[in-house]
Design a protein around this ligand. Structure first.
Ligand code: IMP
Ligand code: MG
Length: 182
């Protein structure tokens, strides 16, 4: 485990996350009954969440992966780059984008425009976390695990300097100003 002495407060325990992910999977299974959706896992943050979520969904589905640069990591241009594109076409497919966290909504808003242009039958978003207080652009979230206060969190896929993704719970850090000691 990465730098356990830097772990702050546990906001969502492993058990609470597992329960909520199962609920989301049940809801998606009901909503998508009789269809064969494609779930798009947004790398890298949503990898752990997606792995658990798909195993809680009972309808047939396919899984694809996409990576984009975060809007916030760009300078002023606001450009979001596709670092890894989908392997398969989403035309006429029922699409569910799986995200780790939606904050400003800027990254997701760009992504949704790009995916909509590929003519899916439907396009919905499932996010584990929603930091709604940080929202700048309104983005429709069909499924949401937990609402998050205005704090930075790691664990269950979410990182700080690429670490802490392997924690089974979601927590704050005591310090975000230095590289974690491993
Ligand atoms: P936004 O909605 O465009 O502001 O960007 C959300 C993205 O920023 C997420 O997909 C994460 O990659 C990253 N992010 C935002 N808040 C956090 C956090 O608390 N921990 C880890 N990553 C975060
Ligand atoms: Mg992300």
């Amino acid at each position: 485990m990465s730098a356990p002495e830097n772990i702050g407060e546990v906001l969502f325990s492993a058990e609470r996350i597992q329960d909520r992910v199962r609920e989301l999977g049940d809801t998606i299974s009901k909503d998508y009954k009789g269809t064969d959706p494609v779930l798009i896992c947004m790398l890298r943050g949503a990898a752990i969440f997606t792995g658990d979520l798909v195993r809680s969904i009972s309808v047939p589905l396919t899984l694809d992966f996409m990576a984009i640069s975060n809007y916030t990591s760009g300078e002023s241009s606001g450009a979001v780059k596709i670092l890894k594109d989908l392997e398969e076409s989403i035309e006429a497919r029922e699409v569910i984008v799986v995200e780790d966290i939606v904050a400003t909504g800027l990254t997701l808003s760009y992504l949704l425009r790009s995916l909509q242009a590929r003519n899916p039958a439907s396009l919905k978003v499932c996010t584990l976390l929603d930091r709604v207080v940080a929202r700048i652009i309104d983005v429709p979230l069909a499924y949401r695990g937990f609402e998050l206060p205005d704090v930075f969190v790691v664990g269950y896929g979410l990182d700080f300097q690429q670490h802490y993704r392997n924690l089974p719970f979601i927590c704050t850090l005591k310090s975000e100003t230095r590289a974690p000691e491993l």
